[in-house]
Design a binder for this molecule. Sequence first.
Ligand code: UFG
Length: 341
Amino acid sequence: MSKTVLVSGGAGFIGSHVTVELIQAGYEVVVADNFSNCDTTCFEGVKKITGREDIPLVRMDFCDEAAVRKLFADYAIDAVIHFAAYKAVGESVAEPVKYYKNNLQSFLNVLDVAQEKGCNVLFSSSATVYGEPDTVPVTEQSPRKPATSPYGNTKQMCEDFLRDTVLATKGLVKGIALRYFNPIGAHPSALIGELPRGVPNNLVPFITQTAIGKRECLSIFGNDYPTPDGTCQRDYIDIVDLARAHVFAVRRMLDGKMEQDYEIFNVGTGRPVSVLELVNAFEKVNGLKLNYKFAPRRAGDVSAIWADPTLANEKLGWRAERSVEETLKSAWDWEKHLAGK
Ligand code: UFG
């Protein structure tokens, strides 16, 4: 019988791509979301891509403990992937309490029930836990630096909540934290992708919205960084590659292949790409010119960070496969799909 994975925040950008990959790998998925930062567009897209009209969708808030208990009572869950969280770095600086309440309480509720049920937990973490690294690429052994935002702090704290729960339950609960680098792009079907609300904070949605004419001009924040072309370097990872990593991690958990009860993996490509390189690649692969200008540095940005993904490559048997060009084409196809073009 196939195993069931609960995907909290499963209607969002990453959650919807992960749901597709899990279903295509033969898992049953229960999607739960409070739709605080998305609508049903991606969930409908997931049903179309997978041909599965019967995916359970539970509208609920993970901060509501009774609702979390009911969810676990209603479904036999083998593993939970926890995405449900706020994710805007700048907003978290302005509204820290909102971030701490939501991101911490929701995960504590999941852990509380998981330890009662002996359920495995995969936590959606971030490269933000490394802060400004001393050396790049970063490995899982690289030190976690003090968080530069409440958002980053919640990622560090939730990693610790998971580690401590695994320890306390002596491995009855097994845990994996996946540290994502910069997820970009969309599903090749262009039926699911990122739906930023208002002005996008992240680079690629800003690029595609500028290209389609929703924004006048992209500002490249800083061209005086100590990098080859002066713009920041990141490890941009294709969203489908990132989603596939979850399938490998879930399989490792549910097939009893973990070497430790709590494991951490970087999910990145190992390839640094600068903002300018990304803009140039976008223009080239999609055959268009982007209106951009250089602007002052953005507060809180690290100059360069990219992953050493060796551990995930070796232990999960996963590696990122799509080129930046393919990914940037998928991002543009998604933007055009949204515009009805
Ligand atoms: N950038 C621009 N112009 C823009 C937007 C971004 O030049 O309009 C630049 C940024 O300065 C940065 C790069 O593009 O150099 C990437 O910025 P993003 O906002 O797309 O991504 P970040 O690397 O800042 O943030 C990502 C995730 C966060 C996570 C963080 C740290 O979005 O969730 O990585 O790991 F916390």
